[in-house]
Design a protein around this ligand. Sequence first.
Ligand SMILES: Nc1ncnc2c1ncn2[C@@H]1O[C@H](COP(=O)(O)OP(=O)(O)OP(=O)(O)O)[C@@H](O)[C@H]1O
Ligand SMILES: O=P(O)(O)OC[C@H]1O[C@](O)(CO)[C@@H](O)[C@@H]1O
Ligand SMILES: [Mg+2]
Length: 481
Amino acid sequence: METDGITIPENRTTVVPAADGGGLARLSSTDFAITSITLQTLPHLRDYLPDLPALRNPIDGSRFYRPCPGFYVGPADVVLRHILFDLSGDYPPSPNRQILAYHRAGPRQSICFDPAVVRAAVVTCGGLCPGMNTVIRELVVGLWDLYGVRQIYGIRDGYRGFYSTEPLPLEPRVVHNWHKRGGTVLATSRGGFDLDKIVGAIEAREFNQVYIIGGDGTMRGAANIFQEVKRRKLNVSVVGIPKTVDNDIGIIDRSFGFQTAVEMAQQAINAAHVEAESAVNGIGLVKLMGRSTGHIALHATLSSRDVDCCLIPENDFYLEGKGGLFEFLDQRLRQNGHAVLVVAEGAGQDLIPRTHKEERDPSGNPVFLDVGPWLKSELKRWWERDHPGELFTVKYIDPTYMIRAVPANATDNLYCTLLAHSAIHGVMAGHTGFVCGPINGNYAYIPVEEVAEAGNVVDTQDHKWAWVRSVTNQPDFVKKD
Ligand SMILES: Nc1ncnc2c1ncn2[C@@H]1O[C@H](COP(=O)(O)OP(=O)(O)OP(=O)(O)O)[C@@H](O)[C@H]1O
Ligand SMILES: O=P(O)(O)OC[C@H]1O[C@](O)(CO)[C@@H](O)[C@@H]1O
Ligand SMILES: [Mg+2]
């Protein structure tokens, strides 16, 4: 790849000889050596429109600050996918000790878009997540202030809004206090993805920058839009900004809004704890979001310390018999007089009797059976059967949308700002078909197709889950014969 006159090898192996004393190659005096770094290809509009101009970044002439040395990020600046290595073994598992790298996010000295002709569109898709309005706000203010872009539009109602609604003109005056509001002012929806109509509308409205805020489903849609835009050879940059309260998007460190949701979940857990502690044989049961992943439940459990057992979709559990949930709760109630259970909404799905056919939402996601009320009634049934006449209370709390329909906390707001700015810089430089996000704390550009395919589930074999088990001392729910 040729960028700004520097040739960078992408998607192929740069062999760094592991010679004695060989700097980067030799990490220690053991036999471990990184033999190569593979830089992921980052799509660029010039891949199919070779004659695009190279313009000076207008930040150079900013009235407010002078870019200092090192301000601009060059094509040789990379972020490594892994920073943890087992020098004696095989972690991370990679053929021939290849290390994956991504282009670093940030302002580029040379850009491809004349700000005067930029027509930017911003859309939000999928479920709500704290911080969506902050990202929209920062996209608008960043494009306006950093680059002098004046034509910025909000697409209402998610993907379907491209072809079914009028774009909403946005400017700093309009969005200035949006970061204080939960939800998305642009509104969002599931389903309604019609590739032809969406790209047709992008062409008809003459948008040349498309900022797509959404989760894993949205990123799969963004990958399709990017491919179709490329097939039509349109001068349109497409960027994904990963959003999901469930934290189920892979490669990036975490998604924005997740920390806020975990913080909100504490209120429910605290209430469940107070209720359980104040009752005779009290159980506090809290159901938390997490369609197919238990990240919210796991992090809420770790930060609370009041939780006795955390049930997640990635770790099957059972109720009856040795090593089961009831036996464990029996011990806890005898020891402490109360117990707190946190269950992720996707947990225990194969234990709940199904009375009707599996449903799907308009995006095709499964609609789950409600684990909370089922578990509550199972707990009552168990107690009445095994401890007839003894006092017992289950207080069930389902905060559902309360953990995601709030404004982002300070950490997430900062994160949203950095994401928006990263997206703008990459797009203005002509990159397309990418997602921006932090990898090991540093912001990178990742091909959207890679993000669309990479999920993020809780790894029950890693240290974090072991940590949960050491905090709760809950059973592993592995049946022993
Ligand atoms: N494979 C796909 N191809 C094209 N579009 C898709 C695909 N999957 C989902 N979409 C579209 O992406 C949008 C959002 O998808 P979805 O409802 O699954 O939410 P999400 O982006 O995963 O966010 P979250 O899970 O955090 O709520 C919807 O408009 C949906 O139609
Ligand atoms: O917004 P809806 O369609 O009710 O969907 C709720 C789902 O959205 C999420 O918040 C994010 O995917 C899940 O945790 C939850 O299952
Ligand atoms: Mg999703």
